[in-house]
Design a protein. Structure first.
Length: 400
């Protein structure tokens, strides 16, 4: 993925970078992020419906959702290997095309065994597409010689927000199957617009000879720790902020959702601003300031005397966490001597395992110590991120 460009174009790094804020190659990868987020967001309101239709317990539902996580994590390294052989364009398109119809399949499954298969595939295609579209975003960054990763993640957040917000009313109005049909049509429509514009990148030259082995260099693993320790706090806010506000700070049911809403809103806004900040101040300084803001925000939420202060703390944490993961992903895709797909598959695998598995462990601990202590102590992870933040310098390789 060096400075290679669209098929047939010169691969010399001196080639003119595309002009304007949103050239076709950037629009295409932004749409891929939007579509992936939309499919993920559309799944959330279907969860209780699936539970009722299959007549299963909370525990069994937990196992189903765990299957989604396992599918996702298993497919990420496989996708990384395929990207290094075939390029991110082919794998992004293939995984996106496989992903779109799966929600419809999940709405039609008659019993539990097929629901497990469907969720494994849904998680697998989401995860594999995630690695591929992040690898494509890295290639576009190199081609444009500027940061775009944060805004790509902002489009993912927008898609997830739209899918989740529209899903409940659509299921209530049209029923489960019609909702899935509409989501599938919308997914294919977004993909159809993006399809001809997705930037072709050539496989890494070393990849032809490489066996699909895990990288021996410590660098992707260290950047993976940055992603993991950025995403564990994110997962804990997503899953536990509402319960914390309601049970420990006495917030109303309506107010208790505002912690995550404030966190999501500041996160999306800051992701649109993040690329300009990174281009101006460099990835290392941006990461350090973001990490400190996230640390202050979560400690503030954990020590809050009332729900209002906690919500402001979560909003501040959202500003901080917003650009930590995009910077880690950009750095992973630009590691010297490593195919971008391989570096990214390690970092996405480690990062997403934090969002998929840590919250359940946190919930178990919180039963014994309470969420206030959890939100006050989780920021200790950010100290490790600060210690490793020098490695974010690789994210600036886009401008070489």
């Amino acid at each position: 993925m060096d400075h290679h460009t669209t098929a047939g174009a010169s691969d010399a790094p001196r080639e003119m970078a595309p002009q304007g804020y949103m050239p076709r190659i950037r629009l295409a990868v932004s749409l891929l992020f939007l579509m992936n987020g939309f499919m993920m967001g559309s799944w959330a309101p279907k969860i209780p419906v699936l539970k009722d239709r299959l007549g299963i317990s909370e525990g069994m539902l937990g196992l189903l959702i765990l299957t989604f996580g396992i599918g996702s994590l298993l497919m990420m390294p496989i996708a990384g290997g395929l990207i290094s052989r075939l390029g991110s364009q082919k794998i992004s398109k293939l995984m996106a095309a496989c992903l779109v119809p799966v929600l419809l399949v999940l709405s039609l499954v008659p019993g539990l065994p097929l629901a497990f298969v469907g969720l494994f595939l849904f998680g697998g295609f989401i995860g594999a597409m995630d690695v591929a579209m992040n690898a494509n975003a890295v290639a576009v960054e190199k081609r444009m010689r500027r940061a775009i990763m944060s805004s790509c993640h902002a489009y993912w957040s927008l898609g997830a927000l739209a899918g989740a917000a529209l899903g409940g009313p659509a299921i209530a109005q049209f029923g489960e199957i019609m909702h899935a049909v509409l989501v599938t049509i919308a997914g294919f429509a977004i993909l159809a617009v993006a399809w001809p514009m997705v930037m072709a990148d050539h496989p890494h030259p070393e990849a032809e000879r490489e066996k699909l082995a895990l990288p021996r260099s410590p660098l992707p693993w260290l950047i993976g720790i940055v992603a993991l320790f950025s995403m564990i706090p994110e997962g804990s806010v997503i899953d536990w902020s509402a319960l914390y506000l309601r049970n420990e700070l006495g917030a109303s049911v309506a107010l208790s959702g505002y912690g995550f809403a404030a966190f999501s809103a500041t996160m999306a806004i800051m992701r649109f601003a993040g690329d300009q900040l990174r281009d101006r101040f460099g990835a290392v300084r941006t990461l350090r300031v973001c990490t400190l803001l996230a640390l202050v925000g979560l400690v503030m939420a954990g020590l809050a005397p009332d729900a209002t202060v906690a919500i402001i703390g979560f909003a501040l944490a959202g500003i901080g966490i917003s650009n930590m993961v995009p910077i880690a992903f950009s750095a992973a895709g630009n590691l010297p001597g490593l195919a971008p797909g391989i570096g990214l598959s390690v970092v996405t695998f480690m990062g997403y395992s934090g969002i998929l598995f840590a919250p359940s462990l946190i919930g178990f601990i919180a039963e014994h110590v309470g969420f206030s202590i959890i939100f006050t102590s989780i920021p200790a992870l950010f100290i490790v991120v600060l210690l490793l933040s020098g490695h974010a310098v690789h994210a600036d390789a886009t401008k070489d």
